[in-house]
Design a protein around this ligand. Structure first.
Ligand code: DQA
Length: 147
């Protein structure tokens, strides 16, 4: 079983970026959270990060037939990108949306998610450990499917 974790723009700046909102954990810490969770779950994982919408769309398309589940934090593109939404819909790979901060309690524009209804679940406001939760959700789902 292989899971792809996708992170959108500015998440490389974690740690220095508005720590009162995103916490003090760095992108390295995020990666470690993901690798540790994947190891615990016994699944293969790949992490992809880009500031570019098209690169994220390309990576989702390339996942077709090769990846069993996607964890995605589209970051700012969550609130704007029909293209990322369409890519997730097109490949129909089960995906879980993650946000480090609680977008439901922030500016009104952050409460719009173009990807939410094409994802099987959303983990919002649980910090970096939200990525571990998302991997757990996907593994449960994929294990049930394979039975
Ligand atoms: C974010 C929330 C988005 O609104 C924001 O643009 C981000 C990060 C989060 O993880 O909390 O870049 O997706």
């Amino acid at each position: 079983m292989k899971i792809l974790v996708i992170n959108g723009p500015n998440l490389d700046l974690l740690g220095i970026r508005e720590p009162e909102i995103y916490g003090s954990g760095t992108y390295r810490d995020l990666e470690k959270t993901v690798y540790d969770a994947a190891e615990r779950a016994g699944v293969e994982v790949e992490i992809f990060r880009s500031n570019h919408e098209g690169a994220i769309v390309d990576r989702i398309g390339e996942a077709y037939g090769k990846i069993d589940g996607i964890v995605i934090n589209p970051a700012a593109y969550t609130h704007t990108s029909v293209a990322i939404r369409d890519a997730l819909s097109a490949v129909a790979i089960p995906a879980v949306e993650v946000h480090i901060s609680d977008v439901s309690k922030r500016e009104p524009f952050r409460q719009i998610s173009y990807v939410r209804d094409v994802c099987v679940s959303s983990v919002v406001g649980h910090g970096l450990k939200g990525y571990a939760e998302a991997i757990g959700i996907l593994c449960d789902l994929l294990n049930k499917k394979s039975k």
